[in-house]
Design a binder for this molecule. Structure first.
Ligand SMILES: [Zn+2]
Length: 388
């Protein structure tokens, strides 16, 4: 039995029935429920070395680069990439992941790989699989997309990926229809450019199951009057919004000069209205976002800065309780997982961006590290973290 003493926030003592016999002093570190990454593409994380750099930095080039590599990968290749990405996310305290699997992949390899990884990694992570048409439903194979819907947990979409607004709306009608047929919830990449598009308004006018709206970056450019109406509609329909600040701030506003749009949705206003907002990392080390380390805390940190959200001590809910609520529409998450931060407060965690001290799932420590840095001045050693 491992006993972890002197934690704060969650409990002063955490007992793990793991057959070990050790006592760990957490020295006042803060324990919180483990994190959710509510929007990620595990299959193309860490693929920058295969795709090459995104020269223009646009979503269009990122999709083109990814699609070329995607079609050279076998199902087994994709599984290896996904498992590596999951290990990185676990290290950062994420034990619940919603991944979007590309239904335009050859033989639905991305979707099949994701479903197999979900079972093979179940011990370590709760994984949800979204059937996601990266290049649009009608630019790929609509029958394959419907087959993917039937085997996935969640119905995805990308109306902006079609060749016209009419086809985008047709895609949304198809998604809504299949959500009613299958009873599965929807999580759609929607209005994800900078110019104002109105697919959210159209989707929410249709009869369907629960909806999560991913990105919604176009709302950043809407008038306050239009935004006010859409936020009211989102609230009325009880839809969730999932924002991915790291990727959108990289990809969006590429055609702007100065002043530049920020490329994230109106998180702050949504929270004020009581809309359920969650966060995703979306991409890391790939042409959609060439940086990143699968650390959802980085996404939270950037979201707070871009949207000027406060108080910072409460925003952890975007990657914990808000996400749990949205996750639960599709599958039931484990709720006993814990993260012990290498910090005494959320503010300290956000300020230092330190790696997590310990991640615990199913009575097992599945990741650990600690801040052991030193500054040496005239023979005197300081741990800089101790000076905060
Ligand atoms: Zn995405």
């Amino acid at each position: 039995m491992t006993i972890i003493k002197n934690t704060s926030g969650f409990s002063g003592v955490i007992t793990i029935n793991d057959g070990e016999n050790i006592v760990i002093d957490a020295e006042g570190r803060l324990a919180v429920p483990s994190f959710y990454d509510m929007h990620v593409h595990l299959e193309n994380a860490l693929t920058l070395k295969y795709t090459g750099e995104n020269e223009s930095g646009t979503l269009t080039e990122a999709v083109e680069k990814w699609a070329k590599v995607r079609d050279t990968l076998s199902k087994e290749d994709i599984k290896v990439i996904m498992k590596k990405a999951i290990i990185v996310e676990l290290y950062n305290g994420v034990t619940h992941i919603r991944t979007h699997a590309d239904t335009c992949s050859k033989n639905l390899n991305s979707v099949k790989a994701a479903l197999e990884v979900k079972e093979e990694m179940r011990k370590y992570v709760d994984l949800q699989v979204v059937a996601f048409p990266e290049q649009g439903v009608f630019n790929c194979n609509p029958e394959e997309f419907i087959r993917a819907i039937q085997i996935s947990d969640i119905i995805g979409g990308k109306p902006d990926g079609e060749d016209s607004e009419d086809l985008g709306k047709e895609q949304l009608r198809l998604i809504a229809e299949y959500s009613l047929k299958t009873g599965k919830p929807i999580d759609v990449h929607i209005d994800q450019g900078d110019e104002l598009t109105r697919f959210t308004e159209y989707l929410l006018s249709l009869k369907q199951t629960h909806v999560a709206l991913s990105h919604l970056t176009a709302l950043h450019s809407a008038s306050n009057e239009y935004s006010n109406r859409i936020l009211g509609l989102i609230k009325k329909k009880n839809a969730s919004v999932i924002s991915s600040p790291l990727t959108t701030v990289y990809l969006n506003a590429r055609y702007d000069s100065y002043p530049k749009r920020r490329g994230v949705t109106r998180i702050r206003e949504m929270l004020k209205r009581g809309i359920n907002v969650c966060l995703g990392h979306d991409d890391f080390q790939n042409p959609f976002f060439p940086l990143g380390f699968g650390d959802i805390i980085q996404a939270l940190y950037l979201g707070i800065l871009l949207e000027q959200i406060d108080p910072v001590d409460e925003v952890i809910s975007l990657i914990t309780v808000n996400s749990e609520r949205e996750f639960s529409y599709a599958t039931k998450p484990s709720t006993d997982d814990l993260v012990i931060l290498d910090a005494k407060s959320i503010r300290e965690q956000l300020s230092t961006l330190a790696s997590r001290f310990m991640v615990i799932r199913n009575n097992k420590v599945i990741a650990k590290t600690n801040k052991s840095g030193e500054v040496i001045l005239d023979g005197n050693k300081f741990n800089p973290y101790s000076l905060i």
